[in-house]
Design a protein around this ligand. Structure first.
Ligand SMILES: NC(=O)c1ccc[n+]([C@@H]2O[C@H](COP(=O)([O-])OP(=O)(O)OC[C@H]3O[C@@H](n4cnc5c(N)ncnc54)[C@H](O)[C@@H]3O)[C@@H](O)[C@H]2O)c1
Length: 290
């Protein structure tokens, strides 16, 4: 979507970090922005900041774990701006803990925000984006943890971020005949407030606790991470250039290559495994017949 001026964007997790970076970049580029977040207080401050800078923005408190809340936010966006062209499913949370030690509510919360929230967003907004008949774009924030194993204690986060990559890859194929671009943002370390994630844990997912968001030191390095405003500009460039995978740290390719090396090793093992060869299974035939 090369021409962004005059377009309307809806962003979740817009009161902080990368969502706020996107809101700033989009409004600087002449887009109208509906800011959505569970944190009403921060949302009001951010709306005031952007309006003071001359941006055309509005805000709505939205809990992406609630289907009704996301659909109501979509209706409100149309009411305020008359249309919606760009969706950024960006809200996300994490909780650290070993797979068997995390409570079911920990798992449920991270899945509800990071995965179900994306699904609600797509179901609520895609029909409205299509209905404009204009160019549009749909972006969801995954993570490098959507492509590689982030290490012990990252189970719910890893699982949900892999899911987001899968959902967006499918969407890319589903929208190929529409003027709607699709992107998945896979950030490395970005200096945001994600450490405060537990503050935004809805009551239904249990007590706010002081579990760390990471059991390893990945979390500590975030304060040396990229400026979230840079990520906002990067996402804007990705939308304009119709870029599917958006990475914030080009160095991270080595981890993806290593993961795929391990996957290829698995194929080699299967190809050479006597069980499949004895069964004359497809893919091993050339070996038995030659
Ligand atoms: N910070 C990083 O290094 C990093 C790396 C990879 C991916 N990410 C992803 O980037 C996205 C943005 O996170 P961030 O790092 O900017 O963190 P952040 O905490 O600064 O911003 C996240 C925002 O989401 C909001 N939020 C939380 N629960 C919500 C809910 N139920 N409904 C609506 N809003 C909710 C929070 O209030 C907050 O304003 C997330 O999806 C996160 O998983 C972050």
């Amino acid at each position: 979507m090369q021409e962004v001026e005059g377009k309307v964007a809806f962003i979740t997790g817009a009161a902080s970090g990368m969502g706020l970076g996107m809101a700033r970049a989009f409004s600087r580029a002449g887009m109208s922005v509906m800011l959505a977040d569970i944190d009403a207080e921060k949302l009001a401050a951010v709306e005031a900041e952007l309006k003071a800078a001359g941006a055309e923005v509005a805000s709505i408190r939205c809990d992406v774990t609630e289907e009704q809340s996301v659909f109501a936010a979509a209706e409100e966006t149309i009411k305020v701006f008359g249309k919606v062209n760009v969706l950024c499913n960006n809200a996300g949370v994490s909780v650290g803990g070993l797979t068997e030690e995390l409570s079911q509510k920990d798992w449920d919360w991270v899945q509800a925000v990071n995965q179900q929230g994306v699904i609600y967003g797509l179901r609520a907004f895609l029909p409205k984006i299509k209905a404009t008949g204009e160019a549009g774009h749909v972006m969801s924030t995954s993570s490098m943890a959507g492509l590689i194993n982030a290490g012990p204690g990252w189970g719910p986060y890893n699982a949900t971020k892999f899911a987001v990559v899968g959902i967006m890859e499918v969407l890319y194929s589903e929208l190929k005949d529409f003027p709607i671009g699709v992107s998945v943002l896979c950030p490395g370390g970005v200096n945001t407030n994600i450490f405060d994630a537990a503050k935004h844990r809805p009551e239904k997912y249990g007590e706010l606790d002081d579990r760390p968001i990471a059991l390893n030191d990945i979390g500590d390095t975030l304060k040396f991470g990229l400026d979230p405003d840079v990520v906002g500009e990067l996402v804007l460039a990705g939308i304009r250039q119709d870029q599917f995978y958006i990475f914030t740290d080009p160095r991270a390719r080595i981890w993806v290559e290593k993961r795929f090396d391990r996957i290829m090793q698995g194929f080699n093992w299967s190809r050479d495994c006597e069980v499949l060869i004895a069964a004359d299974a497809p893919g091993t035939v050339w070996k038995t017949k030659s």
